[in-house]
Design a binder for this molecule. Structure first.
Ligand SMILES: Nc1nc2c(c(=O)[nH]1)N[C@H]1C(S)=C(S)[C@@H](COP(=O)(O)O)O[C@H]1N2
Ligand SMILES: [Mo]
Length: 424
C-alpha cells in the first residue's frame, strides 16, 4: 500500500493526481491473506451463502435488473390533472456510471403525455418546398441505411434552479437530471430530404410530432443537412414510447426540445414556423427584457455526480470524484476539478471515449481529511469554450434567465460529511 504521504497532491484541499487512478487503487476492500480463507483445521472460515447452494431461475424472455438496484428510479412526480400527461422525470445521475443512460432511466419531458402509436398506422410526411411530397411508413423507413452515434440529450430547462437567488436543496438528479446519453441509430435526415428534392427557396424544416400537443419546432436547413437523424433505435433497441416510438427527430448538441418525438411531419419552408415552443417558450430573456430566439446549442458543461447533493461521506480518507461533461459544440477536451471552491484546480482523467456532442466521464482521486470542502468541476470543449462560473453567467444573462444554464455548480461538504448544493 502506498502511504498517504506519497500521494501526489495536485491542488488544494486534498485533490490527488489523476495518475493515482491507474493501478494504485482506491479500494477500501479488506485484503484477504490466503491463510485467512481457511482455518487451522482446513475448513472455510466463511459461510457459503444461500444463493450458492441451489440453482436460481433460468433464462427469461425479457431481462429485469437486480431487486437490489430497483431503488434507482426516475423522479416522475404525481400526475397533474390540469396538465394531462405533461411534466418531466429526471435520470438518477448519482447512481449511474459510464456515459450511456439505460433506456428505462432516460429522462422524459412530455407536453401532452405519451401517445400510444401503432407503427402500422403511423406516417412520416415530407412536404412543403420539395420537388415531390413523400410519405414514409415505419416499415419503409427500416429499409434505409442507418448510422449509429453517441449523443447526449439535455432539456434547455436543465439546472435552471441555479438561476435562483438561493441554492436549492437537491441531488444531482433533481438539479441536473434532465440529461441523458445514448447511442442513437437512425436515418440521416439529408437522405430523406434528398429523396424529396429540396427546392432552392427552402431554408427551414418544420418538424411536428403526433402527440396531442402537436409539438413543433423549426430546424435551420443547414443543420438538418448536417447531422440530424430520424432516429428509430436507442441503445440498440427500438425507441421507447417515452422517447418517441416509433420515430423521433434527433438534433445533436441542441436543446432537447427541438428533437421532436413521435415525428409525423417535416415541412420545408422559407421562414421558421414560429411554433409555440420557439416563441412563448424556449427563448432566452436578457437583462434588458429583450429575448433571444433560436439559441439552439447546449453550452459546454459538466456536473459532479459523486459525491453529490444529499450524499453523506461516512469516513475520512480516499474518495473518487466522478461526473460527466458534454458540449453541444464539439468534444470535451478537458475537465478540471476544485475542492476549495475554485481557488485551485486539478485536471481530471477523461476515462471514456470522447465523442462530439456526447457525454464524457471524468474522475479524480480526493483525500478528504474532514475539513469543509467545496467540490466543483469545469469543462473545456474543442472550440476552446470554458464552462462559466455562476457569477459570470448571471452577469452575462441577467436575472430573467430560465433556459441554457451551463454554470459551474458547487457541492459543499460539511465537516460532518453532508453534501449539499452551494453557491460560492
Ligand atoms: N412531440 C414532442 N416532442 C418533444 C416533446 C414533446 O412534449 N412532444 N418534448 C421535448 C422536450 S422539451 C425535450 S427536453 C425532449 C425530451 O426527450 P426525452 O423525453 O426523450 O428525454 O423531447 C422534446 N420533444
Ligand atoms: Mo425540454
Amino acid at each position: 500500500m502506498t502511504k498517504s504521504t506519497e500521494w501526489q497532491r495536485v491542488a488544494g484541499n486534498g485533490l490527488l493526481s489523476r495518475r493515482h487512478l491507474l493501478g494504485l487503487g482506491l479500494s477500501s476492500a479488506s485484503v484477504l491473506a490466503s491463510s485467512a480463507v481457511l482455518g487451522a483445521d482446513g475448513k472455510a472460515l466463511f459461510e457459503i451463502p444461500g444463493w450458492s447452494r441451489q440453482a436460481g431461475p433460468g433464462p427469461s424472455g425479457y431481462g429485469q435488473r437486480s431487486v437490489h438496484t430497483a431503488f434507482m428510479q426516475r423522479d416522475a412526480g404525481a400526475p397533474d390533472p390540469l396538465y394531462p400527461g405533461g411534466g418531466a422525470s429526471r435520470s438518477p445521475l448519482q447512481h449511474l456510471q459510464g456515459t450511456i443512460t439505460p433506456n428505462s432511466l432516460h429522462f422524459e419531458r412530455h407536453h401532452a403525455g405519451i401517445p400510444a402509436i401503432d407503427p402500422a398506422g403511423h406516417q412520416l410526411v415530407i412536404n412543403g418546398l420539395v420537388k415531390q411530397a413523400l410519405a414514409f411508413s415505419y416499415e419503409s423507413l427500416l429499409s434505409y441505411p442507418m448510422v449509429s452515434r453517441f449523443y447526449f440529450l439535455e432539456c434547455s430547462g436543465n439546472s435552471r434552479s441555479l438561476y435562483g437567488a438561493r441554492p436549492g436543496n437537491g441531488t444531482a438528479q433533481t438539479i441536473h437530471g434532465l440529461l441523458s446519453g445514448a447511442e442513437w441509430t437512425g436515418i440521416p435526415l439529408s437522405t430523406l430530404l434528398d429523396e424529396a428534392g429540396i427546392l432552392g427557396s427552402a431554408q427551414w424544416v418544420s418538424a411536428v410530432g403526433a402527440d396531442a400537443a402537436s409539438m413543433g419546432r423549426s430546424v435551420p436547413l443547414n443543420k438538418a443537412l448536417d447531422d440530424v437523424l430520424v432516429a428509430l433505435y436507442q441503445n440498440g433497441e427500438p425507441l421507447r414510447p417515452e422517447q418517441g416510438y416509433p420515430m423521433r427527430l434527433f438534433v445533436p448538441g441542441w436543446e432537447g426540445n427541438i428533437s421532436v418525438k413521435w415525428l409525423t411531419q417535416l415541412k420545408l419552408t422559407q421562414e421558421p414556423s414560429q411554433f409555440r415552443d420557439e416563441t412563448s417558450k424556449y427563448t432566452d430573456t436578457m437583462a434588458d427584457k429583450t429575448s433571444l430566439q433560436f439559441t439552439f446549442p447546449m453550452g459546454c458543461k459538466s456536473v459532479i455526480t459523486s459525491p453529490s447533493g444529499q450524499m453523506q461521506l461516512r469516513r475520512h480518507g480516499l474518495y473518487q470524484i466522478t461526473g460527466v461533461a458534454w458540449s453541444g459544440n464539439g468534444t470535451i477536451t478537458r475537465v478540471e476539478v476544485s475542492a476549495d471552491g475554485g481557488q485551485t484546480w486539478a485536471e481530471a482523467m477523461l476515462d471514456s471515449a470522447q465523442h462530439a456532442k456526447a457525454l464524457t466521464r471524468f474522475r479524480i482521486p480526493w483525500s478528504w481529511d474532514g475539513a469543509t470542502a467545496q467540490l466543483m468541476s469545469r469543462a473545456t470543449d474543442s472550440t476552446g469554450a470554458v464552462q462559466p462560473t455562476r457569477t459570470a453567467l448571471l452577469a452575462e444573462r441577467g436575472e430573467n434567465s430560465f433556459y441554457h444554464c451551463n454554470a459551474i455548480q458547487c457541492w459543499g461538504v460539511s465537516a460532518a460529511g453532508d453534501v449539499n448544493n452551494a453557491y460560492v
